[in-house]
Design a protein around this ligand. Structure first.
Ligand SMILES: NC(=O)c1ccc[n+]([C@@H]2O[C@H](COP(=O)([O-])OP(=O)(O)OC[C@H]3O[C@@H](n4cnc5c(N)ncnc54)[C@H](O)[C@@H]3O)[C@@H](O)[C@H]2O)c1
Length: 421
């Protein structure tokens, strides 16, 4: 049970502030009349991201303000926002408290909001009664799946939450970022000193541009193509959805080619490619291997594959996850770039873009409790991957040969997820 001062500002809207802050520190609430409100609300914990080269944070100070205004408590790990340009006092001034380490955050909070999938030390801190809201990418990761099942926590994956049109609103902003990075990084890595072919993607008058193939014309693919076209490259997009190819054709108005993705068309296109961007997704499932090892022999020496789908296991048979510190490796003369947290390198943009999308869902989890928030919205329920020690998302269960539990039933059986559930 937490007590907070709640004031009305000059516009009549409520502004909540922790007791320790002065009116001045809280933004100058001159003339406000203060009433006391007692709340039985949720404590939201925001740990510092620990995945290699990850600088995003799951909550901005603006998000902390929205939560504390509603009477919830927010605890942020010391320094969690630093990589994204937010100091501890930026959170404190919006009503959050700061904890010294991850163990304190996990011990204090019921609802843990993170960016990347929990790393082994974080999995060890999860317990029954915790709700975890983060990217999980479980299909290619049996070890993490096992850890989450054993933790007893209720785990909602950003990447499988759907909107009313079946799109993926919490994956989309990072796909927008990753798509743009894919083309930028690809252009950069094609430089000879970096092991590339030595091709300038845009070409120059009298010398043709480099050829870019984008496999998968969804959010990543569209953004990658936009940047590659902006650089002046010769771009072809492949997809298996005719409807999507029609949309892309209209969007790019003839500035790039669209091709139905078959094994044969891909084999015909690969030998000419300087840069291949892998961006396929079958929602929640392990990515299909659209490029096999045999294909590499037909590609140009020094050609580059950016496998953005690596977070779902990779759409290239020879892909394995890399980091921003060591982003590439070579197989059969073809450079592979397979960074699984591409937006993590551009946190000032990425954190804000991610938080814009996740905050409305986080507010619902906190206000309604995970049980009610998910039970009343099948699109939000699609985000539930693990509950009560069971996998509740079919593509994950399928990828790992596990039985898939009914999500609503598993949620009901989960250990007292949160107040209000
Ligand atoms: N590495 C990173 O840091 C990072 C960041 C963001 C997103 N991603 C990943 O990028 C991938 C793409 O995400 P998205 O948001 O663009 O997904 P999306 O659903 O918007 O698009 C995927 C597209 O792939 C197409 N597709 C499916 N199977 C195909 C196949 N066999 N051949 C050709 N096309 C096929 C679909 O029709 C769809 O148009 C996902 O795995 C996502 O998790 C990675």
């Amino acid at each position: 049970m937490i007590r907070k001062s709640v004031s009305s500002n000059s516009t009549g809207s409520e502004v909540s502030q922790p007791d320790s802050l002065s009116l001045c520190e809280a933004g100058g609430l001159l003339g406000a009349s203060t009433t006391e409100r007692e709340e039985n609300d949720v404590k939201i914990g925001v740990p510092t991201e620990v995945k290699t080269d990850e600088h995003r944070v799951a909550l901005t100070p603006a998000g902390a303000r929205e939560l504390t205004d509603r009477g919830h408590d927010v605890v942020v790990q010391r320094g969690a926002g630093a990589g994204s340009g937010f100091a501890d006092h930026d959170y404190v001034s919006q009503g959050a408290t700061v904890a010294p380490d991850a163990a304190s955050v996990f011990a204090e909070a019921e609802l843990i909001v993170k960016v990347k999938e929990p790393q082994p030390p974080e999995v060890a801190l999860l317990r029954p009664g915790h709700v975890l809201f983060a990217y999980l990418h479980l299909a290619p990761d049996p070890q993490l799946t096992r850890g989450l099942l054993e933790s007893g926590a209720t785990c909602v994956a950003f990447e499988t939450v759907e909107d009313a049109r079946g799109r993926l609103p919490l994956l989309a902003p990072m796909s927008e970022v990753a798509g743009k990075i894919a083309a930028q990084a690809g252009a950069f890595m094609l430089a000879k000193p970096l092991g590339g072919r030595g091709v300038l993607l845009g070409g120059v008058p009298g010398v043709p541009p480099g050829k870019v193939i984008v496999i998968g014309g969804g959010v990543v693919g569209t953004n990658a193509a936009t940047v590659a076209l902006g650089l002046g490259a010769d771009v072809t997009i492949l997809d298996r959805s005719l409807d999507r190819l029609r949309e892309l054709d209209a969007l790019f108005a003839g500035r790039c080619r669209t091709v139905f993705a078959s094994a044969l068309t891909l084999e015909e296109l690969l030998p000419a490619a300087d840069l291949v961007i892998g961006a396929v997704l079958v929602t929640g499932a392990r990515a299909p291997h659209v490029i096999k090892r045999d294909h590499l022999a037909a590609m140009k020496p020094g050609a580059l594959i950016v496998d953005v789908s690596i977070d779902q296991g990779g759409c290239v048979e020879t892909s394995r996850p890399t980091t921003h510190s060591e982003p590439t490796y070579d197989v059969d003369g073809v450079t592979h770039y397979c960074v699984a947290n591409m937006p993590g390198a551009l946190p000032i943009t990425s954190t804000r873009a991610l938080a814009n999308a996740t905050l409305p869902y986080l507010l619902r989890l906190a206000d309604e409790g995970v049980g009610r928030a998910l039970a009343t919205d099948p699109r939000f329920l699609a985000g539930l991957n693990v509950a009560g020690g069971r996998v509740t998302y079919e593509p994950v269960a399928h990828a790992q040969g596990l039985e898939c539990a009914d999500p609503a039933a598993a949620l009901e059986g989960a250990v007292a997820p949160m107040p209000g559930s």
